[in-house]
Design a protein around this ligand. Structure first.
Ligand code: NAP
Length: 479
């Protein structure tokens, strides 16, 4: 009998899992989605300018080519449209329970008991597809509640609030801020960008596909595949070595500095925007309109330390900036992974207890003590150089390869010694990566452990996840 599979989340990960189950003829699955619609991060992040800095043809499922992409780099509505297209084409929407948040998942020795506001239901397999960046992180600045204007997080954009003629503060200057700042600057009377740490920025060579190119993508056999392969190889061959401190480190830095020089003529502003840590330590911003926006007369970059938010604006060590709107582009609770869901594994251990020193999982997918539970885009599977969708597909393939073993003698879990070996390999690989030192980022815990990023090439990850999974797992209770 086919296993009953619970999938949590209907974003890129959860949908991919559902689609592959459908394609394999396994219909005994349910997707739980806390929001009223699918799309995950691409439903939540609808701020002006939202898009992806990974090219469209690579930021999509390998099994679902899409000749309809209109640009090299997709914008948020188009990505959401792609996911809706996939959900409809593979007929998985009917299996999604919208507005149904999984609050608790408890392994009872044989099955997972999944609790939502509607009650508790048993499943054989639990697949977590909640992503790493689904819970906005509001900063802890004194006085935020006293602000009398309008404030919101970049991932909870207030579309009712017209920014025309407003005095706006944007706190943060990461990838989200870099995308929304140019759009806000076009409307606002004045925009103050509060920058705590400058980011390395490289150009995004975006362009619309002309009618001939789009026709070619439609009709020339193999063209989409070849184009995707080329982008993939470029990212692996040039960007990855920069992050692993290989041959292209200097090139990345030169490219970013040249971009800064080309786009920011004022030396004082340039100095403010020049990072003092190695490129790639924090996520490199890939954007061509961010710097020009910062040079506009109605935009100022504030680098003083924020002291508090007042009823009228933002107070720093150097003065007060009166604004009527504050946008918190302050990122996400990235290292907490499955929180606030309570996940209780074998012997009553919670994931929170298991992960007291930081989240970890074999291949980023499986955790000892949590049988028949798999994660998509779990610990140490984020990338700074390539498409997460590629990683998700590897993970889904691994879960699919595990399924035949699950109906046999009992639930399976990853062997503790395999997990221990995995941790040692990760630690060794992490040593050569640029993320470890010199900066603070969402890739790591407060104690400095990198829990989010994958330190290898994606080609290696594909090879590791494609190995027959059985030797790494044991049937619980069987030793
Ligand atoms: P982020 O990279 O975590 O940036 C948060 C920003 O807020 C940083 O500039 C941070 O400053 C600042 N900040 C946080 N707390 C603050 C405080 N108390 N006072 C002042 N500043 C504060 O978040 P994000 O920009 O939303 O991006 C998150 C990730 O989402 C990206 O790295 C990327 O992986 C993904 N993303 C991708 C795309 C894409 O095109 N593919 C687009 C958007 C987002 P510090 O740097 O000093 O900490």
């Amino acid at each position: 009998m086919a296993p009953r599979v619970a999938i949590v989340g209907a974003g890129f990960g959860g949908l991919c899992m559902a689609i592959q189950l459908e394609r394999a003829g396994i219909r005994s699955y349910t997707v739980f989605e806390k929001a009223g619609d699918l799309g995950g991060t691409w439903r939540d992040n609808s701020y002006p300018g939202a898009g992806c800095d990974i090219p469209s043809h690579l930021y999509s499922y390998s099994f679902e080519k899409y000749a309809s992409w209109t640009r090299r780099y997709p914008e948020q509505p188009e990505i959401l449209g792609y996911l809706e297209h996939c959900a409809d084409k593979y007929d998985v929407r009917r299996k999604i329970r919208f507005s149904t948040e999984v609050r608790r998942a408890v392994f009872d020795g044989a099955q997972w008991q999944i609790s939502t506001a509607d009650g508790t239901e048993a499943f054989d397999v639990l697949v977590m597809g909640v992503g790493q960046l689904n819970r906005p992180r509001m900063p802890d600045i004194p006085g935020m509640a006293e602000f009398e204007g309008v404030s919101f997080h970049s991932a909870r954009w207030n579309h009712e609030h017209d920014l025309t003629g407003r005095r706006v503060a944007v706190i943060g200057n990461g990838s989200s801020a870099a995308q929304l700042i140019p759009r806000v600057a076009e409307r606002a009377e004045h925009l103050h960008v509060f920058q705590r740490t400058p980011n390395w920025v490289i150009p995004k060579p975006d362009a619309a596909f002309g009618p001939l190119t789009r026709l070619a993508f439609h009709y020339v056999p193999g063209l989409q595949r070849a184009y995707r392969e080329w982008i993939y190889r470029y990212a692996e061959g040039t960007l990855y070595p920069a992050l692993s401190q290989g041959w292209s480190v200097g090139l990345l830095k030169q490219r970013a500095l040249r971009h800064l020089r080309d786009q920011v003529p004022d030396p004082a502003l340039r100095a403010k925007l020049t990072p003092d840590y190695p490129p790639g330590c924090k996520r490199v911003v890939i954007d061509s309109s961010f710097y020009p926006a910062l040079t506009r007369p109605n935009v100022s970059v504030v680098t003083d330390k924020i002291v508090r938010v007042t009823s009228k604006g933002v107070e720093t060590t150097e003065g007060t900036y009166e604004v009527d709107t504050i946008v918190y582009a302050t990122g996400f609770k990235s290292t907490e992974f499955l929180a606030p869901m309570e996940v209780v594994g074998r012997d009553g251990q919670t994931l929170e207890e298991r992960w007291a020193d930081g989240a970890e999982a074999y291949l980023g997918i499986s955790v000892p003590g949590f049988p028949n539970m798999f994660m998509l885009y779990g610990p140490n599977t984020n990338l700074g150089h390539n498409s997460i969708v590629f990683m998700i597909e590897c993970q889904v393939d691994h879960v699919m390869a595990c399924l035949p073993y699950l109906g046999g003698s009992g639930p399976i879990e990853v062997r503790p010694e395999v997990m221990a070996a995995w941790r040692r390999q990760l630690d060794a690989a992490m040593d050569r990566m640029v993320w470890g030192a010199g900066c603070q980022s969402w890739y790591k815990t407060a104690s400095g452990r990198v829990t989010n990023n994958w330190p290898g090439t994606t080609t290696l990850y594909r090879r590791l996840t494609a190995r027959p999974p059985r030797p790494a797992y044991r049937v619980i209770g069987a030793g």
